[in-house]
Write a protein that binds this ligand. Structure first.
Ligand code: HEC
Length: 138
Protein backbone atom coordinates (compact mmCIF):
# COMPACT_ATOMS: atom_id res chain seq x y z
CA UNK A 1 0.00 0.00 0.00
CA UNK A 2 1.31 3.42 -0.84
CA UNK A 3 2.21 5.93 1.80
CA UNK A 4 -0.58 8.22 0.53
CA UNK A 5 -3.21 5.51 0.93
CA UNK A 6 -2.14 5.00 4.53
CA UNK A 7 -2.30 8.72 5.19
CA UNK A 8 -5.76 8.86 3.59
CA UNK A 9 -7.01 6.02 5.82
CA UNK A 10 -5.55 7.62 8.93
CA UNK A 11 -7.22 10.90 7.99
CA UNK A 12 -10.60 9.21 7.39
CA UNK A 13 -10.42 7.55 10.81
CA UNK A 14 -9.54 10.80 12.51
CA UNK A 15 -12.41 12.60 10.78
CA UNK A 16 -15.03 9.93 11.53
CA UNK A 17 -13.92 9.74 15.16
CA UNK A 18 -14.19 13.46 15.50
CA UNK A 19 -17.59 13.60 13.77
CA UNK A 20 -18.98 11.08 16.24
CA UNK A 21 -17.61 13.01 19.21
CA UNK A 22 -19.11 16.21 17.88
CA UNK A 23 -22.50 14.59 17.46
CA UNK A 24 -22.85 13.55 21.08
CA UNK A 25 -21.33 16.78 22.36
CA UNK A 26 -23.67 18.83 20.24
CA UNK A 27 -26.52 16.55 21.34
CA UNK A 28 -25.72 17.31 24.96
CA UNK A 29 -26.29 21.01 24.27
CA UNK A 30 -29.51 20.30 22.40
CA UNK A 31 -30.68 18.12 25.30
CA UNK A 32 -31.02 21.32 27.35
CA UNK A 33 -34.45 21.77 25.74
CA UNK A 34 -35.47 18.26 26.86
CA UNK A 35 -34.02 18.70 30.32
CA UNK A 36 -36.92 20.85 31.50
CA UNK A 37 -38.99 17.67 31.42
CA UNK A 38 -36.54 14.75 31.27
CA UNK A 39 -33.57 13.63 33.34
CA UNK A 40 -30.81 11.32 32.19
CA UNK A 41 -27.67 9.90 33.81
CA UNK A 42 -26.73 8.07 37.00
CA UNK A 43 -28.86 10.17 39.39
CA UNK A 44 -31.81 10.77 37.10
CA UNK A 45 -35.33 10.89 38.55
CA UNK A 46 -38.79 10.97 37.05
CA UNK A 47 -39.78 14.54 36.26
CA UNK A 48 -42.53 15.88 33.99
CA UNK A 49 -41.44 13.13 31.63
CA UNK A 50 -39.87 9.70 32.17
CA UNK A 51 -36.15 9.11 32.75
CA UNK A 52 -34.45 8.59 29.39
CA UNK A 53 -31.65 6.21 30.43
CA UNK A 54 -31.44 3.38 27.90
CA UNK A 55 -34.38 4.77 25.93
CA UNK A 56 -32.86 3.92 22.55
CA UNK A 57 -34.16 0.39 21.91
CA UNK A 58 -36.67 0.56 24.81
CA UNK A 59 -40.35 -0.25 24.44
CA UNK A 60 -42.56 2.83 24.73
CA UNK A 61 -44.26 3.43 28.05
CA UNK A 62 -42.11 1.10 30.14
CA UNK A 63 -40.02 3.28 32.48
CA UNK A 64 -40.87 1.88 35.96
CA UNK A 65 -43.04 4.12 38.11
CA UNK A 66 -43.84 6.71 35.45
CA UNK A 67 -47.49 7.42 34.64
CA UNK A 68 -47.68 7.49 30.86
CA UNK A 69 -50.58 8.59 28.71
CA UNK A 70 -52.64 5.76 27.23
CA UNK A 71 -51.55 7.01 23.83
CA UNK A 72 -47.88 6.35 24.58
CA UNK A 73 -48.44 3.17 26.55
CA UNK A 74 -50.66 1.60 23.94
CA UNK A 75 -48.55 2.67 20.98
CA UNK A 76 -46.63 -0.60 20.67
CA UNK A 77 -43.60 1.44 19.63
CA UNK A 78 -40.01 0.43 20.24
CA UNK A 79 -37.79 3.49 20.35
CA UNK A 80 -35.28 2.56 17.69
CA UNK A 81 -33.37 5.30 15.97
CA UNK A 82 -35.65 5.55 12.94
CA UNK A 83 -38.73 5.97 15.15
CA UNK A 84 -36.98 8.49 17.39
CA UNK A 85 -36.04 10.49 14.28
CA UNK A 86 -39.72 10.92 13.45
CA UNK A 87 -40.92 11.29 17.05
CA UNK A 88 -38.45 13.98 18.07
CA UNK A 89 -39.27 15.94 14.92
CA UNK A 90 -42.98 15.84 15.74
CA UNK A 91 -44.11 13.88 18.82
CA UNK A 92 -47.84 14.29 18.12
CA UNK A 93 -47.44 12.95 14.59
CA UNK A 94 -46.03 9.66 15.86
CA UNK A 95 -47.98 9.28 19.13
CA UNK A 96 -51.28 11.07 18.63
CA UNK A 97 -52.51 12.32 21.99
CA UNK A 98 -49.16 12.00 23.79
CA UNK A 99 -48.71 14.18 26.84
CA UNK A 100 -45.23 15.14 25.68
CA UNK A 101 -46.06 18.75 24.93
CA UNK A 102 -43.06 19.51 22.79
CA UNK A 103 -43.36 20.85 19.25
CA UNK A 104 -40.35 18.91 17.99
CA UNK A 105 -36.89 19.62 16.64
CA UNK A 106 -37.17 20.72 13.04
CA UNK A 107 -33.52 20.24 12.12
CA UNK A 108 -32.78 16.53 11.35
CA UNK A 109 -29.10 17.07 12.19
CA UNK A 110 -30.09 18.19 15.69
CA UNK A 111 -32.33 15.17 16.07
CA UNK A 112 -29.40 12.95 15.07
CA UNK A 113 -27.12 14.62 17.56
CA UNK A 114 -29.58 14.32 20.42
CA UNK A 115 -30.04 10.60 19.62
CA UNK A 116 -26.24 10.19 19.71
CA UNK A 117 -26.35 11.78 23.16
CA UNK A 118 -29.22 9.54 24.37
CA UNK A 119 -27.33 6.46 23.15
CA UNK A 120 -24.51 7.27 25.54
CA UNK A 121 -26.56 6.17 28.55
CA UNK A 122 -27.41 2.56 29.35
CA UNK A 123 -30.44 1.53 31.43
CA UNK A 124 -28.61 2.31 34.66
CA UNK A 125 -27.65 5.76 33.47
CA UNK A 126 -24.00 4.82 33.15
CA UNK A 127 -22.24 6.43 30.25
CA UNK A 128 -21.31 3.83 27.65
CA UNK A 129 -19.32 6.41 25.69
CA UNK A 130 -15.97 4.69 26.20
CA UNK A 131 -17.29 1.40 24.80
CA UNK A 132 -18.72 3.15 21.75
CA UNK A 133 -15.47 4.97 21.09
CA UNK A 134 -13.59 1.66 21.16
CA UNK A 135 -16.05 0.15 18.69
CA UNK A 136 -15.80 3.17 16.41
CA UNK A 137 -12.08 2.77 16.14
CA UNK A 138 -12.11 -0.93 15.19
C1 HEC B 1 -42.64 19.93 27.94
C2 HEC B 1 -42.05 18.72 28.49
C3 HEC B 1 -41.22 17.85 27.56
C4 HEC B 1 -40.17 18.21 26.75
C5 HEC B 1 -39.59 19.61 26.53
C6 HEC B 1 -39.69 16.98 26.15
N1 HEC B 1 -40.43 15.91 26.58
FE1 HEC B 1 -40.16 13.95 26.05
N2 HEC B 1 -41.80 13.43 27.14
C7 HEC B 1 -42.53 14.29 27.94
C8 HEC B 1 -43.64 13.57 28.53
C9 HEC B 1 -44.68 14.15 29.48
C10 HEC B 1 -43.53 12.24 28.06
C11 HEC B 1 -44.50 11.08 28.33
C12 HEC B 1 -45.41 11.00 27.11
C13 HEC B 1 -46.70 10.22 27.29
O1 HEC B 1 -46.86 9.47 28.26
O2 HEC B 1 -47.56 10.40 26.40
C14 HEC B 1 -42.37 12.19 27.17
C15 HEC B 1 -41.93 11.05 26.50
C16 HEC B 1 -40.74 10.97 25.79
C17 HEC B 1 -40.22 9.78 25.18
C18 HEC B 1 -40.87 8.41 25.22
C19 HEC B 1 -40.32 7.71 26.45
C20 HEC B 1 -40.94 6.37 26.79
O3 HEC B 1 -40.48 5.79 27.77
O4 HEC B 1 -41.86 5.90 26.11
C21 HEC B 1 -39.03 10.10 24.61
C22 HEC B 1 -38.09 9.18 23.85
C23 HEC B 1 -38.82 11.51 24.84
N3 HEC B 1 -39.88 12.01 25.54
C24 HEC B 1 -37.71 12.21 24.42
C25 HEC B 1 -37.56 13.60 24.52
C26 HEC B 1 -36.43 14.34 24.00
C27 HEC B 1 -35.18 13.72 23.38
C28 HEC B 1 -36.71 15.66 24.19
C29 HEC B 1 -35.88 16.87 23.75
C30 HEC B 1 -35.58 16.95 22.33
C31 HEC B 1 -38.00 15.74 24.88
N4 HEC B 1 -38.48 14.48 25.05
C32 HEC B 1 -38.60 16.92 25.29
C33 HEC B 1 -42.29 15.62 28.14
C34 HEC B 1 -41.36 16.40 27.44
Amino acid sequence: MSRWALIAIAFACAVSGRAWAQDAASGEKIFVVCHGCHQIGANAHIAVGPVLNGVVGREAGTYPGYTYSDANKGSGIVWDEATLQKYLASPQAVVKGTKMLFPGLKDPAKVNDVIAYLKQFDVDGASVQSIQVTQEQE
